[in-house]
Write a protein of this length. Structure first.
Length: 469
């Protein structure tokens, strides 16, 4: 998941930076450009607030539920602002807000109580769960609110305080979200810092931070891990994916086309666990390509605030340039753009939804995470070839298998090297399930009780059953 920082826009004042509307490419507001040397005071306040916040789990539950209600009430303000700076259609912004409130409510449960250890000794032992301290949450631009809440909701529920840093491409809706949530919390329990690098690097390496949770690119994730290692802070890294969808011989291309298309193109393809490669049986490949191309041709591309828009712009100029480079390289490698394949001739960062055929297996659009509205469809001769190709990547986030024989589809899915495998759908998650990748897709686990325990440490107490003389 690319996370390159934006260049300072013309007209940006000292201490502020411009925020651009990806539907126009023009600045429409500003956000504070905080300096790394401001972090010491911010972290100190978070540490002080932690003492009271960790001590009262009942108050934490009440506060998180109140925060969820407040976010619900602020939806009409949050959604248009999120669309304006991120680009996604307004309905998707409202859906992101709904997932944010759902996550706050899911984690608004008391931390599990003491757990006894039974090992046959005449000693009463139990595990008591303790919070970690100030947590740094560094969030990308594709789902700013949803990913922010995925980090701060379990951290706060566990009794930690949180310093949240959004991407400079999407700081505004996150600032408003934090303002709304903070009204239900004690002072300095949740704090937002905004700005350009090296702000994030200094936050990740700050000695007062006890857990760093980051979503973004592999390169930046490695840098975050190195920074956190200086103080031996815990790290949770979600570093993107290159998810493959394998279609079996018994699949009906027309029947699955809508689900498969939107599994790849939702949020303009800017989803870490989106379908980014499709492997189809050679005899069905042309039918799959045509079915997907028809969806691409009829999808309404426009500004997220325009009624009827189904696909918005790419979020930012550097990411648009990456999508253009990947697509151009694929075409130079011999691929064919069945539809799309180019930037749209209009203001903003719009790229036509693109279906590629005849793509070499080693083209960057196949081997790398393109993170945009471009989907290669590749033929395979036998299922072993398809599984090998799907697994032949440095990523390991998700994958899917599509077919009518569910037992066979599950058997193929079991061979995928990834954290989550779906059958006949893709990228659908429950709040109760773990979310984790393997290989270069990340370190640690988010979601469900795993996400909560990732923000806790065990504290073991031993005492004898009886007082010894």
């Amino acid at each position: 998941m690319p996370t390159r920082q934006p260049r300072r826009a013309p007209g940006t004042r000292d201490g502020r930076f411009a925020v651009l509307d990806p539907a126009t490419g023009e600045a429409f507001d500003e956000a504070p450009d905080q300096r790394p040397d401001e972090l010491d005071a911010v972290v100190a306040r978070a540490h002080k607030a932690w003492r009271g916040w960790r001590a009262d789990p009942v108050a934490r539950t009440s506060a998180l539920l109140a925060a969820a209600d407040a976010v619900d009430a602020a939806g009409a303000d949050l959604a248009p602002l999120l669309t304006r700076e991120q680009g996604k259609p307004l309905a998707e912004s409202y859906a992101e807000i709904a997932r944010t409130t759902a996550r706050l409510r899911y984690f608004a449960e008391p931390v599990p109580g003491p757990q006894p250890i039974t090992d046959g000794r005449p000693v009463r032992s139990e595990i008591r769960w303790r919070s970690l301290g100030p947590v740094a949450a560094i969030v990308p631009w594709n789902f700013p609110l949803q990913l922010a809440s995925a980090k701060f909701a379990p951290a706060l529920a566990a009794g930690n305080t949180v310093l949240l840093k959004p991407s400079p491409f999407t700081p505004l809706a996150t600032r408003l979200l934090v303002s709304v949530v903070s009204d239900a919390l004690p002072a300095d329990v949740l704090t937002i810092v905004t700005g350009h690098e090296p702000l994030g690097a200094h936050l990740a390496s700050h000695p007062g931070i006890r857990h760093v949770t980051f979503t973004g690119s592999v390169t930046t994730g490695r840098a975050v891990a190195r920074g956190a290692a200086a103080s031996l802070a815990r790290v949770t890294l979600e570093l993107g994916g290159n998810d493959a969808a394998i279609l079996l011989e018994d699949v009906d291309p027309e029947r699955i086309a809508d689900r498969l298309f939107w599994a790849a193109f939702r949020n303009c393809g800017q989803v870490c666990m989106a379908v980014k490669r499709v492997y189809a049986p050679a005899r069905l490949c042309s039918q799959v390509v045509e079915a997907l191309a028809q969806r691409a041709k009829t999808t309404v591309v426009g500004a997220g605030l325009e009624p009827g828009s189904q696909l918005g712009p790419v979020n930012n100029a550097p990411q648009l340039a990456r999508v253009e480079r990947c697509t151009a390289q694929a075409l130079a490698d011999g691929a064919r753009a069945v539809t799309g394949g180019r930037r749209l001739d209009r203001p903003g960062y719009f790229f036509a939804p693109t279906i590629l055929a005849d793509v070499p297996y080693d083209s960057p659009v196949v081997t790398e995470e393109q993170f945009g509205p471009v989907l290669p469809v590749l033929p395979y001769r036998n299922i072993d070839e398809a599984v090998e190709a799907a697994n032949d990547t440095g990523f390991g986030l998700g994958g899917s298998v599509w077919g009518t024989d569910l037992d066979r589809a599950e058997a193929v899915a079991d061979r995928l090297e990834c954290g989550t495998a779906w059958i006949n759908h893709h990228a659908e998650l429950s709040l109760a399930q773990p979310f984790a990748g393997i290989k270069e897709s990340g370190v640690g686990v988010a979601g469900g009780p795993w996400g909560l325990y990732g923000n806790l440490r065990p504290f073991v107490v031993h005492r004898p059953e009886e007082e010894r003389p």
